[in-house]
Ligand binder design. Structure first.
Ligand code: ATP
Length: 801
């Protein structure tokens, strides 16, 4: 199969990861791989050799990131399995002027995973919207023998792909009749296969949980909001920040949630009241009365009121200035949201999606529908493309019809949770919503190592407590702190700026409650704790187990108790994602990018990067996938001498295949507990010794840097969502228990909040034990373990070594 990949519509981070993955997966499957420059426009223009001028489309740069002499034809991998026909079609030293459909090889896409935007160009093509344009596009493809196409773009681009596919058979007949193609060509290319991937920063496509580029755009927005926060506090100012999102408020909502904004305007859920100005001002005034020095309002560019009258940032600013007398500024983030380095999610998911797209193309028949490769329940899924487009358009139509409830129902459940989470944590009910007898004293504790999102979770719990009338109690320094009576009531205002804070504001340590279970029970009684939330990793899980078992002896533990997993190691059993693992993964990728740059700049160098993670290889494996590392060592795989011999052989062979005179930096990622003998230092020395003249080696141990830093927006949003689930759990079980004469908590009232797919599930701590590998302090089965092979596949390891 000859397959081509193009990017179309607005650019988004992660598009390059898609192209890289499609090219690599295509070659591994024995396909010939092509890229189309400038979206559909490139298909229409084809390879005339003549640069066409277009008033809309600027001429493409004379050189793109494709190195002729680096083509696969120059490589002879073992017995040539990788690509039997290695003929590239461009002479060495050529420019790409006038060539839009370009054959690419393995190394042409090297390093693309870290680049923002799209290196093959994107455009909005008027000509492709016309039948003549699509006829030209089909002709240009058939001329090169291509009849399989991966399109990465928004709903417009995917609709275009579907139109193209349905028209294709007729176009082929017509081209044959015109004598433009031979009978053989018309038979060989009678059908077009397409696969779509949604590249869109708005996260506006239905039936997929995330679109490619949306998480990175959210990172950019939150970085800006964090910066705005400090200046807003300094001057006691209000800021109205406009973010992208014409029909979908995902970016605005998630940014509002993750930054702790005061008010958010999104298209799907306009303010309850109309006119809305009173509602907004009343809320913000209440916050100011509490002593807040900053006000942040986020406006999606497509925001409107219930009557669909646009709500503009400038107008919001005037309202805040005139009615509340606030010194208010407007910041429009504009295109800064699109740019920059892709975050971890926009490297790893697009890679998996690109690989799946190639599989879908290989399996496609004229009868199968065109698929969009999306993400459902944290898994890659094939979704009928036009169904997704139709549902997306239905959401847009529901907004136009003012049927906002329907628009919300067409968004994914996480979106709905986030909106509720925003309301629950941004508001302030002075009186508390629950009757007095239902109110609780809720203790919050951080246990184990710090993880991104711990403070955000504590803020959400505190805010929710005030809304409902509960009392939030901070237990400083875990169980040791409790024994020292380090317990105090958190205030609504104290936690206001905790969303972007890394580390642990409450202080954390690894001491378990069995240090003195009786004394701990006494403290529970003394502080009249009605419900407990422990935020942490494996220690928090173990603590919950100990407390549950302690119920046999201590009545004080007959209260609802929860564990909210938060650890960079992501080693809590059952749950797929803990708070903090996204933050640490991003910190790891940032470090890897810098190390690779350094390795490349100086000479051929292999960096051995050591990560934390305990005896769980999650962080190392995902880090290897996201950074394009050539090898990952995890505790699950271990390290043996045979393995190292092969790794050295692979590295030597790989460096031999590189173009002479070009430095190449490569990364090897090693989890800290992969082997007692083959330490990072030993590996580095072996690589250095064996690299000889081909390559050098250095090491970098990232250690505790991976625990620090600003929590990622995803971890913050997840923290809010999960904390509120914890509060609902406490409320539900407290209600049952308080009605009992003698409190007898059942085992299911001590549970862990887990993410399984896109659902949040409660698992009683006792039921978690069968999935726990207590010796190695992790779950028995890591869902990510299979991805280890993918790291090898993406560097053609089996073909090269
Ligand atoms: P974004 O979400 O960034 O706007 P998009 O893919 O929705 O991305 P569009 O401008 O709608 O952006 O579409 C991109 C290109 O896809 C168009 O310029 C056009 O070439 C092609 N296209 C869109 N809709 C169709 C269609 N119905 N028929 C043929 N081609 C189409």
């Amino acid at each position: 199969m000859k397959l081509a990949v193009l990017t179309s519509g607005g650019d988004s981070a992660g598009m390059n990861a898609v192209v890289r993955a499609v090219v690599k997966a295509g070659i591994l499957q024995g396909c010939e791989t092509w890229v189309v420059r400038e979206g559909y426009e490139g298909l229409v223009r084809g390879n005339t050799g003549v640069e066409q001028q277009d008033p809309v489309l600027p001429p493409p740069p004379p050189e793109v990131h494709i190195k002729d002499d680096n083509f696969l034809k120059n490589f002879r991998f073992g017995d040539g399995e990788l690509l039997k026909d290695g003929t590239g079609d461009l002479p060495t030293g050529r420019t790409l002027k006038g060539r839009y459909i370009v054959r690419v090889g393995w190394d042409d896409v090297r390093g693309w995973i870290t680049e923002g935007g799209t290196l093959i160009g994107t455009a909005r093509s008027k000509s492709f919207r016309t039948p003549e344009g699509r006829m030209a596009a089909a002709y240009n493809m058939i001329k090169e023998g291509i009849d399989a196409l991966v399109v990465c773009g928004g709903d417009g681009s995917l609709t275009g792909a579907d139109v193209f596919r349905s028209e294709w058979p007729k176009i082929v007949v017509s081209l044959r009749e015109q004598g433009k193609i031979t009978e053989e060509q018309s038979k060989l290319h009678a059908h077009l296969k397409i696969a779509g991937l949604v590249g869109s920063i708005d996260n506006d496509m239905s039936l997929t949980d995330l679109t490619i580029g949306a998480p990175t755009a959210l990172h950019r927005i939150c970085e800006s909001l964090d910066n705005i926060n400090s200046t807003a506090i300094s001057h006691s100012r209000a800021f109205v920040v406009e973010v992208m999102g014409r029909h979908c408020g995902w970016l605005a909502l998630l940014a509002g949630l993750a930054s702790g904004a005061d008010f958010v305007f999104i298209p799907e859920s306009p303010p309850e009241t109309n006119p809305w100005e009173d509602e907004m001002c009343a809320k913000i005034q209440r916050h100011r009365d509490m002593g807040k020095r900053k006000t942040i309002v986020i406006v999606a560019e497509g925001a409107h009121d219930k009557e669909l009258q646009p709500i503009r940032a400038d107008y919001v600013k005037d309202v805040l200035s005139e009615r509340l007398g606030l010194d208010t500024r407007v910041t429009t983030l504009g295109h800064t949201q699109r740019g920059g380095k892709p975050c971890a999610l926009d490297r790893i998911w697009p890679t998996l999606q690109g690989i799946e797209a190639v599989k879908a193309l290989l399996e496609a028949t004229p009868e199968t529908p065109s698929y969009m490769i999306g993400i459902c329940e944290n898994k890659i899924a094939r979704i009928p493309l036009m169904e997704a487009v139709a549902t997306t358009q239905a959401a847009t139509k529901a907004i136009k019809d003012k049927d906002f409830a329907k628009a919300m129902s067409l968004r994914d459940p996480e979106f709905v949770d986030c909106l509720e989470g925003f309301f629950a944590t941004s508001g302030l009910d002075k009186e508390g919503r629950l009757p007095k007898e239902q109110r609780m004293r809720v203790a919050v504790m951080h246990i184990g190592a710090p993880a991104g999102g711990m403070n955000a979770a504590t803020r959400a719990i505190t805010r929710y407590c005030y809304r409902m009338g509960h009392t939030p109690l901070a237990v400083q320094n875990g169980f040791l702190g409790l024994l020292d009576d380090n317990v105090y009531q958190l205030s609504w205002l104290t936690v206001d700026n905790w969303m972007p804070r890394g580390g642990s504001e409450l202080g954390t340590n690894r001491t378990l409650p069995d240090v003195d279970l009786g004394a701990i029970a006494a403290k529970f009684q003394q502080h009249r704790i009605d419900g407990l939330i422990m935020i942490g990793g494996f220690e928090a899980f173990t603590s919950l187990m100990i407390l549950e078992q302690g119920r046999k002896h201590y009545p004080a533990f007959h209260i609802p108790m929860t564990h909210l997993p938060a650890t960079l190691s992501n080693n809590v059993p059952v749950t797929q994602f803990s708070l903090g693992c996204d933050t640490s993964l991003n910190a790891l990728l940032d470090a890897c990018d810098s190390l690779k740059q350094s390795a490349q700049a100086s000479r051929n160098r292999v960096f051995v990067v050591e990560t934390q993670g305990g005896r769980c290889g999650f962080l190392a494996t995902m880090g290897a996938l996201g950074s394009g590392a050539v090898k990952v060592y995890t505790p699950e795989t271990g390290i043996s001498l045979d393995m190292l011999r092969n790794d050295v052989k692979f590295l030597r062979r790989r460096y031999e295949l590189d173009i002479k005179g070009h430095n190449e930096g490569r990364l090897v990622i090693r989890n800290e507990a992969s082997s007692h003998v083959y330490t990072t230092d030993v590996l580095t020395k072996i690589f250095k010794e064996e690299g000889g003249k081909l390559f050098d080696s250095r090491s970098a141990s990232l250690g505790h840097t991976l625990q620090g830093g600003v929590p990622s927006p995803m971890d913050r949003a997840r923290a809010v969502r999960l904390s509120l689930k914890c509060m609902a759990f406490l409320e539900e079980h407290h209600e049952v228990l308080r009605k009992q004469q003698k409190r007898q908590a059942t085992p299911d009232t001590a549970a862990v909040v887990t993410i399984q797919g896109s659902t949040v599930k409660w698992v009683p701590v006792n039921d978690m034990i069968e999935d726990a590998d207590m010796k190695n302090r992790k779950g028995k089965h890591g869902w990510w373990e299979d991805l280890n092979d993918l790291v090898d596949a993406l560097v053609a390891r089996p073909q090269i070594a």
